[in-house]
Design a protein around this ligand. Sequence first.
Ligand code: GLU
Length: 472
Amino acid sequence: MAEIRVRFAPSPTGYLHVGGARTAIFNFLFARASGGTFLLRIEDTDPVRSRGELAQIILDSLRWLGIESDEPVVYQSDRHDRFRQVARELVECGAAYQDFTTPEEIETLRRESQARRESSFRFHADPVKARADAPARLARGEPHAIRFSAPPEDVEWNDLVHGPIKFEGSQIEDFVLLRSDGTPTYHLSVVCDDHDMGVTHVLRGDDHVSNTPKQILIYRAMNWPPPEFGHVPLILGPDKQRLSKRTGATSVGEFKERGFLPPALFNFLTLLGWSPGAGDREIFTVEELKKVFAVSGIQAKSAVFDVAKLEWMNGEHLRMLDDEQALDYLMEHRGEVPVDRERLRRLWPMMKPRLRLPRDLFVDHAYFFSDPREYDPAGAVKHFADANILQRLREYTDDLSRVDTFEPQPLEAHLRAWCETRELSAGKLIHPIRLALTGKIVSPSLFELMVILGRETVLRRLHAALKFTGSP
Ligand code: GLU
């Protein structure tokens, strides 16, 4: 089989959407798994909508995910001359014609079509008449578009994801290739570029299905072999509608900001609408995916974006990092939290099994870094109410300042012995101590926590809690 060449071709009209990122990933993995070539092309032909800095942001987001082009990135805006040349060739071979219809005339035709209750308006000129009129109108310098003359035949292809798809000839209008201002349309530029870049397989979103027959017609007219096409179903939000900002983050940049790891987002997006086949394995490294990916595993049904699952996957990937990488990552996402690497190093073994995202540590377990500002209300009712226990807590706090070795085992042995001599179950003190130190009713191992906080902080927090309870 000839070398596989695939591409991802974003239009720089917004940030990189996770749906686009998934299309990029599928193409990238397809290239890697087949020993082929992955290309990037920026489709910036539309001067009104495209913005240069967005192209850079899209490329940066892709690089963050580990996706780069194997050859120099192609910018469509550099290739206008080539598009015009192909449009000319299409006119010369009779597949396209100069169309002098004004926007007002098209509007009138559209209204007439509506009045005839046609399901949708499709423009068809009389190509013979158009060609007969052209020389005189061209000579007068009248503005004109170049339109493809859609033949009546049906267009069919065997979609890599959906199987055979057919469009009836009558459904395909005479579509514009070059606008009257000389700019190319998407159909013209995408076909020229895919052909010139030697693209063998076009994997893109389902929203392009209705564009494909038009593009196949251009390939035929140019006598170029068309690539194979595969259309990937859209990603749905939790409301089962097309994923949108209404229901959460949608751009790769937002996930980066929130502290997701690139390989976790990569893993998650790959499994969103692709299945490795046998087994229910879900955690893959990017290297593994590069080996096992196959286009045949792309599902024809839309997948739902489940953020909770992505968070879980992030935790799994976090635990796959080596310790120093994990510390780098946490330091990078610590935000305003006052913490140094050494403290994180102490925390890491204890928190490693529990974390999904940096915020789990820095927000949910903020007590590691600053004194609790409030106590869990139900916990306070339960553990800060008994005057007797509070008295014991005060005595224990005083005694704690005398413990020689502030390490987990001696601290635990001390507390248990202390309770035993007073015929008190250790739990009676452990719960109020935890609440005093963390403000919460659950936390990782109390004695480890005490060591990480240090004697001074532990004593300060115990005194603050005793003050809060109003115990004498
Ligand atoms: N530029 C198009 C888009 O962003 C993609 C074109 C294609 O993949 O053929 O939707």
